[in-house]
Unconditional design. Sequence first.
Lengths: 144, 112
Amino acid sequence: MQVINHAKLEFQSLPANVAFARVTVAAFAAQLDFTLNDLEEIKVAVSEAVANAIVHGYENRTDCTVFISMSIGNLALELKIWDHGVGIPDLKKAMQLTYSTDPERMGLGFVFMQSFMDSLHVDSTPGKGTTVTMVKTAPSNVTV
Amino acid sequence: MSLDVEINQDTLLVRLRGELDLGVTDYLRNSLEDMLNQSKTKHLVINLRNVTFIDSSGLGVILGRYNRVSAQGGQVSLVGAQPQVRRVLALSGLLTIMKEYSSEEAALSRVG
């Protein structure tokens, strides 16, 4: 993807920052011709990835840092969301429907990311962290 | 995020407002548990009309209360979800286990 605009975000691993992250990414993504529905879907995907980083990656520690890199290409938005947390020991299992280590979390995070974005790639190294890469294609060319 | 409640016979009616994500799950879970404990109601109706965002963290709180209420023989009903919220509810499968109504009156008249 040829990048024509790029931004980076890093913030403390506080639950209150989940909303900050999704609203910021949606504001950046709005430079492409996404529909309001597309932007809502991007917000859900970002929320899931950031919540996973805080809850699973950093095991709810609030003194860590979550990173987001966002790029706009000619027809697409690419997001990388990563943490330097504990990593996912069994990635295949973690991406299964309704797999969750917490009874009140539904294991739907990856399902929503997959459903609402056009591609999803997860890299995780136990003890080093997890990087989620997601792409969403815009309906037409850049408007700004 | 904010909420208000009403007790209607054996049903707890909860109106939620704002965004339901990880930032509010502890507050929401504790509030709903306190209200269910205090009211001792059997059924739960959740009005989502003024909820503007929900993700799996928010859904998890609703599912947790569903597990509690249904284990005691009660029903959980949802009212008035906006299209973007409803889409997430549908994809999660929650709409297959909970009844959905267009108004509080319809939900309250059919539970119990």
